[in-house]
Design a protein around this ligand. Sequence first.
Ligand code: UDP
Length: 246
Amino acid sequence: MSKQTDNPLYEGKAKILYPGSEVGTIRQYFKDDATAFNAQKRDIISGKGILNNLISSHLFPAIGQMGIAHHFIEKLNDREQLVKAVDIVPVEVIIRNVAAGSICKRLGLTEGESLPHTLVEFCLKDDSLGDPVISSEHVYAMKLATRNELDETIELSLRVNDFLTGLFFGIGIRLIDFKLEFGRLQTEAGSQIVLADELSPDNCRLWDSKTNEKLDKDRFRHDLGSLIEGYSEIARRLGLVIPSLN
Ligand code: UDP
């Protein structure tokens, strides 16, 4: 693993991007850094990156089998995966099935309240502004994405939600909400919107179906117990073999 030797293209809160082995590819390195509340709460949780890489490397190909276009190519090692280079759309898509987190604070909903239908929200991907919630009108006015791109993004997000809700239901887990990021992939046919970033318990709320125990990053946000135990439980239920986390 070449975290120390290559020059990164970009370093984010949870991942570092390096040039990939071939043109048009990128190596995503998963760090152990945990941040919450716009990085006001921080820690390093040994093994978190390994678990996120493991889970994300399992979920992306599964989503691909449903015909949903994505950036993932292959898992390279415990901490890295090879992905297609895309131009990230600076809009975070939040999908909500059940009220939790910021929507409860913003709208006074009760945590755990089922929503009458799946909600799609957009946030501007800008840490300096605290990733504010925006509407589709803001997306168009700020030229963050075209109408066609946003339509495609919504359609793909809802398909990902249907698929992941069923997948997690089958292993006794409720998919409460999650965040997706999309990118523009340049192909011979033109620019295509594909799912990018990661699919992991860092970006999803996942509750045990019977007990409602939180198995996701809320364990870190609200000091609810070992984050590694929660993420490991998700990986185990997905049937994944967990490597040494040191
Ligand atoms: N989320 C994320 N990154 C963000 C904001 C949210 O991955 O920058 C995920 C979060 O883990 C949850 C969902 O998106 O699964 C909804 O998050 P919410 O808006 O409730 O914000 P939070 O309560 O996490 O501040």
